[in-house]
Design a protein around this ligand. Structure first.
Ligand SMILES: [Zn+2]
Length: 427
């Protein structure tokens, strides 16, 4: 029998503190003999009653899922939207009813929703995220983040919108194979620290937060890490922050290293870097011909490539121009990755043969628009404000380098005179 540990941390954002407003994030856990539920809701800042809406929605999610403990949701796996639709409609009407009781307009408060439901009874789990909150699934065969897609980019998707289930990312997983270790739920206040928006990537940073549940005082452990970070990166971490951890691990878990992109100059860069931190090469030029969508996305591609050095070097070698006459290989099994490390079907051996390359290059040329869209994540606006990374320093250095060669030469010369080179390689 698993011993589930949980911990939560909620912090009023600096922006809200300045406006004398309360934190609008809510976290609730529920556990009984049949199930464990963790729910996290991030209130919509522009609406006055969102703190209340988030609280009611998180409680309602726990209650409703607990009541459903006798149902095996996997039966509905062929139509997960149907199941989510029912759940989200029930949560929404619960919030509406509680607002009505208090004489509050339903439109005056709203929230996102992220939850994990563990069925002890049937031995499976079900996780979902609506909006820009995230559920990071911690798994032996690779971590995976469920968070908002590009589908609803103007404002975040919420419970009180028209068809929230269409904007929800979900996953059903087995518990009996021991692959699933737990989950980290988070509001978008930690976007860029724990997870990357519009990506399945869970940063290695998350390791600390997940393992904090093994300590005696989860909140204190998290605060000891976050407080100095918030002080240092106050303009970056100014939003409400909420973190909920659910774990069945019995000891600290080591997370894999974050994927990096290898530049033709040999430097490694984080996937947030648009330009090489050493030579300034544009990511889009170095990986111009790589069809990331064949791997399920940019992150998955680099997870695959990073563990195969020879293959990785071959990818960035200058490639011959594609012959547009050749037909790309059909790949009907391809879909947006719902599992990490999904083995790309088009690539079976390494390095790729010329024929395979031609196939891939041809389809890449045709899907050029798509490839570009898929890499929009790398706008370079956010980096990870971890100890190691000072993103604005790196960026300003690059800007200097790009403006004129003379300026960058001067920068390097100055640093040299001080006895050290600028810290461009954070590894
Ligand atoms: Zn480079």
């Amino acid at each position: 029998m698993d011993n589930w540990k949980y911990g939560q941390y909620i912090r009023n954002g600096l922006r809200h503190q300045k406006q004398h407003r309360l934190c609008q994030d809510s976290v609730f856990f529920a556990e009984d003999d049949n199930c464990v539920v963790a729910a996290l809701c991030d209130g919509i800042g522009s609406l006055p009653e969102s703190g209340l809406a988030a609280k009611i929605a998180a409680i309602a999610t726990c209650m409703i899922l607990q009541k459903c403990a006798g149902i095996d949701f996997r039966v509905h796996a062929s139509n997960p939207n149907g199941m989510l639709k029912d759940l989200l409609e029930q949560v929404d009407s619960y919030v509406a009813a509680k607002f009505r009781e208090r004489g509050i307009d339903r439109e005056s408060g709203d929230s996102t929703l992220a939850f994990v439901y563990i069925s002890k009874k049937f031995g499976y789990g079900f996780a979902a995220s609506l909006g820009d909150s995230a559920v990071c699934l911690i798994q032996k065969n690779g971590n995976m983040c469920l968070t908002e897609s590009n589908a609803h980019s103007e404002s975040t998707a919420t419970i009180n919108m028209r068809t929230p289930w269409e904007y929800t990312k979900s996953d059903v997983f087995e518990l009996n194979d021991d692959n699933f270790l737990g989950a980290v739920l988070s509001s978008d206040g930690m976007d860029g620290v724990l997870f990357a928006k519009n990506s399945i990537q869970v940063y290695k940073n998350t390791e600390f937060y997940f393992n904090a549940v093994q300590t005696d005082d989860f909140e204190k452990t998290i605060a000891s890490k976050l407080d100095p970070m918030i002080e240092q990166y106050s303009d970056f971490l100014d939003d409400d922050i909420s973190i909920a951890v659910l774990s069945r691990a019995t000891e600290d878990i080591e997370f894999p290293e974050d994927p990096t992109w290898l530049c033709s100059c040999g430097a490694r860069n984080t996937l947030d870097d648009t330009y090489c931190s050493v030579c300034g090469s544009d990511f889009m030029d170095v990986y111009r011909n790589v069809p990331f969508e064949r791997f399920g996305g940019k992150t998955q591609f680099f997870m695959y490539a990073n563990s195969r050095p020879e293959y990785e070097r071959n990818v960035i070698k200058p490639q011959p121009a594609a012959k547009p006459a050749e037909q790309p290989r059909a790949n009907p099994a391809e879909k947006p990755a719902d599992r990490p490390f999904a083995k790309p079907r088009a690539v079976s051996s390494e390095p790729m043969s010329d024929k395979q390359w031609k196939n891939i290059l041809t389809s890449a040329a045709q899907a050029d628009g798509k490839v570009k869209q898929g890499t929009r994540v790398i706008k370079g606006v956010k980096g990870k404000p971890d100890e190691k990374v000072r993103w604005w320093q790196k960026r300003s250095l690059l800007v200097a380098g790009a403006t004129t060669l003379a300026v960058s030469v001067t920068v390097v010369a100055l640093h040299k005179r001080n006895g050290k080179l600028p810290d461009t390689n954070h590894k």
